[in-house]
Design a protein around this ligand. Structure first.
Ligand code: BGC
Length: 458
């Protein structure tokens, strides 16, 4: 009962859409694309993450499979040498938009720089030229987990990184620089990627730089407040830059919206804890950031189960999949997708914030070239989006994570998220996974064709 009242999905119910499902089209003008991030695909720049990667190699810990990763970290997916052909690959799938981030450390490798590094500006100018040539709309992220190493040198009061009092001005400076350089070609901006994940992994779990373990879910509050200030000042700088140019911008953040469900349906503590985590992890930051956003950016990776310990009331663990559930369809990272939760989430976010929604990430880890799980996910999530639109959600675009295999942060190179597989030892050559063909059909029909539904939807 209480679950229904709290509006939580049923724990066991991995409801699959049925054979009689009426296939729906997305609205015309819907933006299809893929998403990437600088630190995950480009050659290393002097960022906090690069420093962490180098330390992980030296100490042989901190990044999964670090001995093998050591060979590949410097070039990652070598997007630097593949700009034109990667953009062409995306266009060939029918993508009409592309989300990527511009490396803060590449543009401002030193603290004393007022103007950006010309080679960095030239590089991203080239990316935008290729997108323009392919008639694709760019979505640019300013801060996707990695920031310049110099930001992390402690000041006199031992504050560093995100918590430096000048961090909001620094990000605003990057924003102003980029809108001045590229404002003629970029209208859609995302200030910060997944601020809550950054705070959680960097300051509570300690697996991301700065690798702190502050203890207790509220211990990262100061960091979240700092991230909110960074977002707000960057958003203001983008708007001001656009005003100067006489153009308009669409500014948002990318929020990770994992759906937290109780591990046991009838354990009230699981139910309540899942609802609390959901609120802290998903809703709280969005509520605070939305007044300064033009759209809701959604990164969706399925569900997570919350199990409390009856003897220790505040102790809980989060599981990403339920191996006893045949419908879980967990990825190679052990994450269970949930297209129904996705659909409901889009409807709920639309009702709550009354702003357009862009799905800025959604994807799965699967290495096989015949990536059936990813194909299923693409098809089912497309139909789920179309259903959400039919229920009134203003969903305007979908960016699949990711275009090519990439560096999956502390998980190293083993999880493969790419529509294209990469052979890191063979000049980072790219091979299409089965999903590429599936994606082509989705963009061609602006929705799921019946043949694909029959094969992959149910
Ligand atoms: C992040 C990406 C990451 C992906 C898969 C998102 O949380 O924005 O950088 O690679 O999920 O884990």
């Amino acid at each position: 009962m209480i679950r229904e009242r709290l509006g939580l999905p049923k724990r066991r119910a991995h409801r699959r859409l049925g054979a009689g499902e009426r296939l729906l089209a997305l609205p015309s003008g819907f933006l299809w694309g893929a998403a990437t991030a600088d630190q995950q695909i480009e050659r290393q720049q002097p960022s906090d993450w690069t420093a962490f990667e180098e330390r992980a190699v030296r100490e042989r810990r901190g990044i999964a499979g670090v001995d093998q990763a050591a060979r590949w970290l410097a070039h990652k997916s070598d997007f630097d040498s593949h700009v034109a052909d990667d953009v062409a690959r995306a266009a060939d799938m029918g993508h009409c938009a592309h989300r990527f981030s511009m490396s803060w450390a590449r543009l401002f490798p030193r603290e004393d720089m007022a103007a950006p590094d010309p080679a960095g500006v030239e590089f991203y100018g080239r990316v935008l030229d290729e997108l323009h040539r392919q008639r694709m709309t760019p979505f640019v992220t300013l801060f996707h987990f990695a920031s310049p190493a110099w930001l992390w040198r402690p000041d006199r009061e031992d504050r560093r990184g995100i918590e430096r009092p000048d961090a909001p001005d620094r990000l605003a400076h990057l924003a102003t620089t980029l809108i001045d350089a590229f404002g003629d070609r970029v209208r859609h901006w995302c200030t910060i990627n997944e601020p809550v994940v950054l705070a959680y992994l960097g300051y509570l779990e300690g697996t991301f730089p700065p690798n702190e373990k502050r203890g207790g879910p509220l211990a990262a509050d100061a960091v979240l407040a700092a991230l909110l200030r960074m977002h707000e000042s960057a958003a203001a700088a983008l708007r001001e830059g656009a005003r100067r140019r006489g153009t308009s911008v669409q500014v948002g953040i990318a929020q990770h919206v994992r759906t937290f469900v109780p591990w046991r349906n009838r354990a009230p503590l699981d139910v309540v804890t899942a609802a609390v985590i959901e609120r802290l992890f998903v809703r709280r930051f969005l509520d605070q950031a939305m007044p300064s956003c033009d759209y809701v950016g959604v990164n969706e990776y399925g569900r997570a189960y919350v199990e409390t310990e009856l003897r220790r009331p505040l102790a809980y663990q989060v599981r990403h999949a339920d191996p006893s559930d045949a419908d879980d369809d967990a990825s190679e990272l052990g994450w269970a997708p949930d297209e129904h939760a996705f659909e409901d989430r889009l409807v709920a976010l639309s009702r709550r914030y009354r702003k357009p929604i862009y799905v800025l990430e959604n994807g799965t880890a699967e290495a096989a070239l015949d990536d059936v799980r990813r194909q299923r996910q693409l098809v089912r999530h497309t139909q789920a989006m179309a259903r959400a639109v039919q229920r009134g959600a203003d969903v305007r675009g979908y960016f699949h994570w990711s275009l090519v295999d990439n560096f999956e942060w502390a998980e190293g190179f083993a999880p493969r998220f790419g529509l294209y597989a990469i052979d890191y030892d063979a000049g980072c050559s790219r091979s299409a996974r089965g999903s590429v063909e599936v994606f082509r059909h989705l963009t061609r029909d602006n929705g799921v064709p019946a043949e694909l539904w029959a094969r992959l939807g149910r």
